[in-house]
Design a protein around this ligand. Sequence first.
Ligand SMILES: Nc1ncnc2c1ncn2[C@@H]1O[C@H](COP(=O)(O)OP(=O)(O)OP(=O)(O)O)[C@@H](O)[C@H]1O
Length: 303
Amino acid sequence: MPAGQSEKTSWENEIFIETPYIRNIENRAMMYLEAGFPVHLSGPSGTGKTSLALNIAKNMGRPVTLIHGNEDFSTTDLVGGNVGYRRKKVIDDYINYVHSITESLQQQWLDGRITTACRNGHILIYDEFTRSRAEVNNILLSILEEKTLSLPSFQNEGQDLKVHPQFKAIFTSNPVEYAGIHKAQVALSDRLITLELDDFDFDSEVAITAAKSGLDTEVAERIVRVMRMFRETCGYPVVASVRTSIKIARVMSVHHLSPVSGEQTFGQVCIDILLSLIPGVSGREREKLVGLVEGIVDSCFQH
Ligand SMILES: Nc1ncnc2c1ncn2[C@@H]1O[C@H](COP(=O)(O)OP(=O)(O)OP(=O)(O)O)[C@@H](O)[C@H]1O
């Protein structure tokens, strides 16, 4: 790698599609971040929250610290902690007939990811932050309001760490009805500007599906129609998002499947991927859903 050029992380090379719908949310988020407020992108799975957060950070040109919320996180995981002791040995031979050795043990501190971000002015992306327990996330309150982070006294001699002026934070979260999601504490929500994301509009979904699979826009459009019709008519509260359309499109693209009605493998791929959204369905009910998908595929791929 040439000197001075840093290696890009995989997400920096990801294609990011900007349609009027996406640009609108992105511009609002950047407006709030630039004014010094943390932004919270909230919405169902697959509505593009993480991709958007990463792209905003890329646009802002600052290093990124990415954390994925986790039930098992402790404050130490986020802030840092003591990772053991360092032995320090001082040998004093200054006067040749006096040989003195002083040994001491010093606690060794390792910054957690939030501390690193605060210290160095990174953009913190705390993805799915409500998967972490509320008491763990309490550490964020003083960071966001007073711009200070309290570290254990042996690390900073009793002083709070002043948050770097370029530090910014973007949070994402799924609806509280999802398994493993905690309700965000009011004090934290109160410090964030929340933008509610819903399913993409049709044009954005088609553009993303085409870009992520390499298929033509026309084929991507049909796949998105299949996914949407299934979502609307299956009778189950499925979380069918652009992620579902991308899966179908990628399988088609990789295996050069023909997007025409009666193409059996393609029909089977749609059945497998769409019915995966409703686990545990069997017997008659499953047959009914298989028939539904076949009908939808036929109607969307007639030509
Ligand atoms: N603007 C975009 N450009 C290109 N791809 C996108 C864009 N937005 C979303 N995607 C793709 O759509 C899929 C879902 O997006 P993403 O993971 O960002 O959603 P999410 O809302 O964070 O989902 P979850 O809540 O499940 O984590 C991913 O494959 C992502 O790469």
